[in-house]
Design a protein around this ligand. Sequence first.
Ligand code: FE2
Length: 374
Amino acid sequence: MATMVEHASETQTDFLPLNGTDHVEFYVGNARQAAYFYRAAFGMRLVAYAGPETGQRDRASYVLQQGKVRFVLTTALRCDSEIARHVEKHGDGVRAIALWVDDAAESWRQTTKRGARSVQEPMQCSDEHGPVVIASIAAYGDTLHTFVERKSYSGPFLPGYKAMTDDTVARPVGLMYIDHIVGNVGWHAMDEWVDFYSHVMGFSLYQHFDDNDISTEYSALMSKVMANSTGYIKFPINEPAEGRRKSQIEEYLEFYNGPGVQHLALATHDILTTVAKLQEQGVSFLSVPHSYYTDLQARVGKIDEPLDELEKLGILVDRDDEGYMLQIFTRPVEDRPTLFFEIIQRKGSRSFGKGNFKALFEAIEREQASRGNL
Ligand code: FE2
């Protein structure tokens, strides 16, 4: 059963106060071309750049933004590089989920003292716009959490980046902020990472799902959603569960070569417009069978959006005690069946779409079968 879990007592002091997600950095094979895809298809705007022209000798990074969603696409310029090794092992994927904090050194101290592995000790860097402090710890697989303190910084992104203006390629679609970021971990590793988020990061369990909620004839997974004290940062953690055939999580782990970020959910206030634009701009979504919509009204009750428009776009709906939510999933955004995106609009509901899992998994499995991986 899916279970909602109440927040930890608010009288407890939060040893890791987080203001929000600062950015998500992807290591990719060709950042210039990946940036074009996220600008033209997802409507992100190019706002900053760092590379050889700005004094970066080993990498090029493109900073893209839409609403509060900020992506950094980084590529290696030479083969002897941790970026190149990451791309060789994983393909394009998320390297760092960066969290915006008021005190990066203290965030690093609090988490490393509770057992986090340090990847980057607190480091101050500055330019004419002021100082920034960053520090990083290891999360699942080769994924990092980077703490970014920028309260005295007024530049376009981080020191060393130059501002880019007038992006004529970007076609915004109304994306507002990151709702949640999901990690896939290996067999029986979910609780280890739930413990990490709980003990090292001070998060608490927000919801969990077991394989009775999330299983089809072939595929199963277990999921626990961890959230920080404000509920702004939500990290569901998935592990595979025993099914008759290879699960989608196993397929991910095989092609990503280990644990990593499975999907990012991006929030909009108008999913009908956002998804119609994304489709026009070439983003490819999982399709949903007609049968899903024939019993939708009975399952979710009255909603504001016309059912025929939802069906035309393939948008899913789920309801809980607090309201409802609308969601849709892209196909993987690269050739490996690894990273994909979710577009989500919440209308009161805190759900992650439990009522949609079965319909959704059946759609994912049709695609897995078409790749010969089921
Ligand atoms: Fe999700």
